[in-house]
Each structure stands twice: as C-alpha cells, then as structure tokens.
Ligand binder design. Structure first.
Ligand code: ZN
Length: 271
C-alpha cells in the first residue's frame, strides 16, 4: 500500500502536480459540488416499485438537500440543510430514521451559484417561466431553493400502499391534499430537461417545508408573494439502480410511461 502511494506521488510529481493533502481534499470537494445523486428512476416509481435495498443512512452521505419518498410510498421526503424529513398523509414532518428504505430520491450537496429576488408570481407556470429564463444552459438539471412568503400553496402527500402495489397514477388518486395560505417556508426541488424523462421528472419537481419545519409536501400549485431564489446547475448525475427483483421485473419500456409520470408528479407544464 505504501509502495503504491509512493508510486502515485511519483506519477503526480512527474505530471508537475503537487500531491499535498490539501490538493487531494480540494479535488474531493470539487467532485461533490454540483453532483446529483439519485436512487432508482421515476419510471420505476411510476410502475409501482415502492420498495428497495438502499437506506436513508447511505443517502444522507450523498447530499444535504433534496426530495424523495419512502417504503410503501409512505409520504414525501424533503431534505434541507442536512435535515431529512418524512411528510406523511397528515402533512406533518417527522425526522427520517437512518434504517428507512429509499425507493426513489434525489439529493445533492447544495452549492448555489445563481441568485435572484422573486415577487408576485401567481402560479406554477409563471414561476417556471421566470426560473427557466435564468438557466445559463437548458440541457442540464438544476437544484432549486426558494426561501420566501407564499400566498397559496397546494401540497400533496402520498398515502402508504400495500402489496400488490398499485402504480403511481392509481396511488396518487387518493393522495392527501392540503392548501396553505400566507405561509413562510422553503421550496426544495429540481428541474430536469425533457430528455431525462424516464429517469427523473421532466420539468419542475418541487417540495415545500415551512420555516418552523412542521408542515410540508409535494407542490401541486404555488403563488409566490416574495422570495429569495438560489439555484445550482448540476453537471454530474449519479444514479443507483436497485438490485432487487421488483426493480428487475418492472416494465420500464412502456410507451405510456411518460404521460403517467406527468399525471402523477407534474406540477407545471414548463419543461
Ligand atoms: Zn414529489
């Protein structure tokens, strides 16, 4: 091992690279930045794969910001500033336990580089149009955070399902819906270009958490009063594909999948 390390140092010095521990740390830091880590695909979730073999303990090491769901589709997940929450069908937040299972999630170490002040965006589509105008590159995904005041938020949370699992369109038919008015909090989410359509939700996928971290959900409609926007372009995506029989047996080539994804997950027509 020592010999190998010495050999690497020799190689690096041969390339004129200073192999100090600081530069190795810097390299690690750069790799994390702007990387999205995802478990499974939105197609597998849409086809009813609500179990898995990846734990939240491992997911928490892949990012401090993001969204997802739980075993048996038991609610929405929101991760903000390293706090991971489960939002069950009553709309209340519970701290996620490390042993919980991830059927689908997307996280990143959020390091924004695009900022803007938002005001008076009365619905999802006007918000979407505003955000898309700020993208320097429309062919990459973005992580999106909005801290602000919202006049209206229509949120949903999925209800726990049992086997045999219905698909996501069927499961979302009895989703719990809550309307919040004049509420302060944070939007946490992502935007993906249309060409990612069967891997991630194309367009916007946003979750919400109140400032006091008590209530939240998946955003169906939104009226932004005022807010501070921060966004991070995501230049790298890592996807963990579950080694489970339910993932292996899911039909992910179904032509109708794209419209099912929009029906079950879509909030905005922007993509
Ligand atoms: Zn969601």
């Amino acid at each position: 091992m020592k010999k190998l390390f010495a050999h690497i140092l020799l190689l690096l010095s041969g390339l004129g690279i200073k192999a100090s521990s600081a530069s190795i740390l810097d390299l690690h830091h750069t790799q994390e930045k702007n990387t999205l880590f995802q478990v499974a695909t939105i197609s597998s979730l849409t086809q009813g794969v609500y179990n898995g073999n990846y734990s939240y303990k491992k997911l928490m090491q892949q990012g401090n910001f993001g969204l997802g769901t739980f075993l048996d589709l038991n609610g929405e997940m929101v991760a903000i500033d390293g706090h991971f929450y489960q939002i069950e069908a009553n709309g209340k937040l519970k701290t996620v336990k490390p042993e919980q299972i991830v059927p689908f999630a997307e996280v990143t170490y959020f390091k924004p580089s695009i900022y803007n002040t938002l005001a008076n965006l009365p619905n999802y589509n006007t918000l979407g149009t505003k955000l898309i105008q700020l993208f320097p590159n429309k062919n990459i995904p973005y992580a999106i955070r909005i801290d602000g005041k919202f006049k209206v938020l229509k949120l949903r949370s999925l209800r726990k399902q049992s086997k045999p699992y219905p698909n996501l369109v069927q499961a979302s038919e009895n989703q719990a819906i809550f309307n919040l008015k004049d509420v302060k909090g944070t939007i946490v989410g992502f935007w993906f270009p249309e060409y990612w359509g069967s891997i991630a939700v194309p367009g916007f996928h946003l979750h919400f958490v109140t400032t006091d971290h008590t209530t939240g959900g998946h955003v169906l409609e939104i009226d932004v009063d005022e807010g501070q926007l921060s966004m991070a372009p995501l230049y790298q995506v890592k996807v963990y594909l579950p080694n489970t029989s339910s993932f292996a047996d899911a039909d992910l080539s179904d032509e109708a999948l794209r419209s099912s994804i929009k029906k079950a997950e879509g909030g905005s027509s922007n993509s």
